[in-house]
Ligand binder design. Structure first.
Ligand code: ATP
Length: 601
């Protein structure tokens, strides 16, 4: 029941997105392209507002984060260093009858009766196939259904009038080996690299092969040294970037949620290794409990920095209108973590299409991952490029020289072990890994280390979709004649609403009203996105803006012209989208009123 309702809600949202110009299918006139989406006039404004609010809060409002804008195509070695060339793959399976492709981990476990066949023959042509095949049927379905699918399988192998050989059946529990749509057996899972390939230059050869970046983060690591040099930053500090990313997803789905082209907003926040903190400050501050740990402190280790960024990101989502209860904080389990990650928190939004738990609650889908990635990324680029990624920490060297020998030995040993672990995992022979880890541990005592990193990585498109789903409401409002009707209203937070204010002259055939309304439009326009609309009855104009999610409407009426008394001259009606309340405000104060509500709303 709940599922049917949420499916219906999603249908309404998708249809509103098209009708009002939030999101269109890419290349729609040619039948569309699976996994690609375009943003219409309202969607483009929404996305721009998301990116601006993220950029502002991540870098412009802070002293310790700077921005970067790197290219989409980069040196292919970057993807070898990052591990994407060898391991950025999902397991895929194909239906042996329809050839439809699925992501192996997205096949729901099914139970039923499996029918097995040893082969098939065609008495007419004498052809025979010894290929084995099986079909899973839900309990109670007649075996004829399995035979029909099996015959299709053998027909594809040239057995036209197939007589099935050696049929037997047995119960199957919780299997993911069958196509949920027709019951046919699937191929064995095999890896499929998600990077989109291209060739740089006029020759299409292996040497010129390159990739469209599957994430924006790697450019930040590759440019780490350049940015450090020019920005006068010192660890801890961050570099952030917003940009396109591409993944050849096996099964794009859930509207824009899983697309093949999308945008990411990523921060790499570089921190000292815990051994350096301990050497400088005597100990590493540890989380005192859940929640925001407050203003960053110099003695924070990776755990507090990680907690800080998780909480900062929740605050950000709340600041643009996603209530805390619509979000889920999911700590990846140890078997889900990447081998180099110390902890990863996924921030999930309860999309209408999310799965439900046993209590019927939406479980949420990933909006963002906040990962503590140790020094893996910079270490990899150091190894692959041969360029040093270490920094010199002015405070570390003198602090180290003051440590007792026992403390030096303890911190050295801990750092050595971490470096050795990393190096052995990269496949370095034990002896070489040992030697290099010793060199690294010695360098630490001289003030040099490779910074560790905390990475909050979010998707613009998933956030846009979450904001759209969150904003969608249906309520009751009076029509022109005072009869109640269903109103569709997009309750975007004013900060990210595509259009902030609509300006209406009450009547379009009254030049004084139109003139004044245009003046108001021009007064507001330098500060915010304004939509001017003079067509149709005022009630209908309000409804159109409700659907677009415009939080404020300003109507210029006869009171504005002073026709209903001089005290109302140069005032206008300010209408609020959510409450539908109206109030009279002085035009001279309008700009300040709106700015206040948009910023602090
Ligand atoms: P998923 O498990 O959903 O495939 P992921 O864990 O691979 O996601 P990351 O590599 O951590 O995702 O990417 C960071 C963010 O980029 C995600 O949280 C998401 O917001 C966004 N993102 C990743 N893949 C896609 C996609 N195919 N379409 C839209 N956004 C995406």
């Amino acid at each position: 029941m709940a599922e049917a309702k949420t499916a219906e809600l999603m249908e309404k949202i998708v249809s509103l997105c098209k009708r009002r110009g939030f999101i269109f299918q890419s290349s729609e006139i040619y039948g569309g392209l699976n996994g690609f989406w375009d943003y219409g006039p309202l969607g483009a404004e929404l996305k721009r507002n998301i990116k601006e609010s993220w950029w502002r809060s991540m870098t412009q409002m802070r002293d310790d984060v700077v921005g970067l804008e790197a290219t989409i195509i980069m040196h292919p070695k970057i993807w070898e260093a990052s591990g994407h060339t060898s391991t950025f793959s999902d397991l895929m399976v194909d239906c042996l009858v329809t050839r439809k492709r699925f992501r192996a981990d997205q096949i729901e476990a099914q139970s039923g009766i499996a029918y097995f066949y040893q082969g098939a023959s065609d008495s007419g042509s004498g052809k025979e196939s010894k290929d084995t095949f099986s079909v899973l049927l839900p309990p109670g379905k007649p075996p004829e259904s399995a035979r029909k699918v099996a015959k299709q399988f053998y027909q594809m192998r040239g057995i036209e009038n197939a007589t099935l050989l050696g049929e037997r059946s047995e119960a199957a529990q919780n299997t993911t080996r069958y196509n949920p749509e027709n019951g046919a057996l699937l191929t064995e899972p095999r890896p499929f690299n998600l990077m989109l390939k291209t060739y740089v230059g006029p020759v299409e050869s292996e040497d010129n092969k390159s990739y469209l970046r599957p994430e924006t983060a790697q450019a930040i690591f590759a440019q780490f040294k350049n940015v450090l040099e020019v920005s006068r930053q010192k660890v801890p500090f961050g570099i952030c970037q917003i940009g396109k990313a591409f993944r050849n997803e096996i099964n794009p789905r859930n509207f824009t949620f899983r697309s093949r082209e999308f945008e990411q907003m990523e921060l790499e926040f570089f921190i000292r290794p815990d051994e350096a903190i301990e050497a400088i400050y005597g100990s590493v501050a540890k989380p005192a409990g859940p929640g925001h740990p407050g203003e960053p402190q110099p003695n924070w280790g990776w755990q507090l920095w990680h907690q800080y960024w998780v909480e900062e990101r929740f605050r950000y989502y709340e600041s643009i209108g996603l209530p805390r209860q619509s979000l889920v904080e999911y700590w990846q389990k140890s078997d889900e973590l990447a081998h180099y990650a110390r902890a990863t928190v996924d921030i999930l939004y309860k999309f209408p299409f999310s799965k439900r738990d046993e209590k019927g609650e939406l479980m949420g889908e990933e909006l963002e991952g906040v990962a503590a990635r140790s020094d893996f990324d910079l270490s990899q680029h150091q190894r692959f490029s041969g360029k040093s990624m270490t920094v010199f920490d002015e405070e570390l060297k003198p602090a180290w020289s003051k440590l007792s020998d026992a403390k030096k030995a303890e911190l050295s040993q801990s750092y050595f072990e971490a470096r050795q672990r990393y190096l052995s995992k990269t496949g370095e022979p034990a002896e070489k890994a040992d030697k290099q880890a010793r060199v690294d541990a010695e360098a630490l005592g001289k003030g040099y280390y490779i910074p560790h990193v905390i990475e909050p990585s979010a998707g613009v498109d998933r956030l846009a979709l979450a904001l759209i789903c969150n904003a969608y409401r249906e309520d009751q409002a009076p029509d022109e004649k005072g009869n109640m009707e269903t109103r569709v209203v997009m309750k975007f937070h004013p900060r990210i609403a595509p259009v902030k204010v609509a300006v209406f002259p009450l009547l379009k055939n009254k030049p004084e009203l139109v003139k004044k309304a245009l003046e108001v439009r021009d007064l507001l326009r330098p500060e915010m996105s304004v939509f001017y609309d003079e067509a149709g009855a005022i009630g209908r104009r309000y409804r159109r803006q409700d659907e677009a999610g415009t939080p404020f409407g300003v109507t210029i009426d006869f009171e504005t012209l002073g026709e209903k008394g001089p005290e109302l001259k140069d005032t206008a009606t300010l209408r609020y989208r959510d409450s539908m309340k109206q109030e009279r405000v002085k035009i001279s104060e309008l700009l300040q009123i709106l700015i206040k509500q948009i910023r602090f709303g």
